[in-house]
Design a protein around this ligand. Structure first.
Ligand code: BGC
Length: 246
């Protein structure tokens, strides 16, 4: 029997959802993407998530990602979404709007779970750091496929600044950096991670991972670094996997 799950990836700019085949990690049909409402308050985002869920006629458990540390279903910060999310129970708010049970987790952690199950970190038995380069920088720590949640290493201080401020994909666009200029910042960032954690593999996720050939060879690191296997769908897939096991 084919087992299906449902994942919704909530980000600062888009809300994407799809049915996921839990045996293969592939999306079943197309995903739906809506623009994140502005301001991205809990009520407005929950309405958009309900629209996505309804579009697919889904009434089972939903796995939802959120761009902040999430403990017991509660958002703890709100770096790239409306500040009113802080201390909001994501599972309750989305559950009320959709009528479905919801399991929420950090977005980069979801990407990490998917990469460990079906992507570039599959079968790796050392410490892997999955980084999602988007509006911010998200990180997932995986050791022998087990997730250590809410690592928040995108906020590591590098050269006196919050790393995501200078090295995210958002920073590249905002400052109109060339691939070379951006790579130099990324390299500094990954070197800082190497210095503190000695990972055995870096995986680059987020939308920009589709263009990894433009920058990955410019990163001179002692750790192997590869593009995500599931590219930008990893959040949806990981959230669905995590929800199915909760
Ligand atoms: C947040 C993280 C999130 C990352 C990617 C950061 O600003 O603090 O929790 O994973 O952005 O969205």
């Amino acid at each position: 029997m084919v087992s299906h799950g449902f994942g919704v990836d909530i980000g600062g700019s888009g809300i994407k959802g799809a049915v996921v085949d839990l045996d293969t990690g592939l999306l079943v049909g197309d995903r739906l993407k809506l623009l994140t409402p502005q301001p991205s308050t809990p009520e407005a985002v929950a309405e958009a998530v309900a629209e996505v869920t309804k579009h697919f006629g889904w009434d089972g458990r939903i796995g939802a990602t959120f761009p902040a540390p999430v403990t017991n279903g509660v958002a703890r910060t709100a770096a790239n979404v409306d500040p009113s999310w802080v201390n909001t129970n994501i599972e309750e708010v989305l559950g009320a709007a959709t009528g479905c049970a919801v399991t929420a987790m950090n977005d980069a952690d979801a990407a990490g779970v998917a990469e460990a199950a079906f992507g570039a970190a599959h079968g790796h038995d050392g410490l892997v750091i999955v980084t999602t380069l988007g509006t911010g920088i998200g990180t997932a720590l995986l050791y022998r496929g087990i997730l250590i949640p809410n690592s928040e290493l995108g906020h590591l201080e590098v050269d006196g600044h919050d790393a995501e401020h200078g090295a995210s994909s958002g920073a590249r666009e905002r400052e109109d950096l060339s691939w070379g200029e951006w790579s130099r910042r990324l390299e500094r960032y990954y070197q800082a991670l190497e210095r503190y954690l000695w990972p055995e593999l870096f995986v680059i996720g987020g939308g920009v991972s589709r263009k990894a050939d433009k920058f990955i060879d410019r990163l001179h690191l002692r750790t192997p670094i590869v593009a995500a296997g599931l590219r930008n769908e990893a959040g949806i897939v990981g959230a669905a996997i995590h929800a199915a096991s909760s």
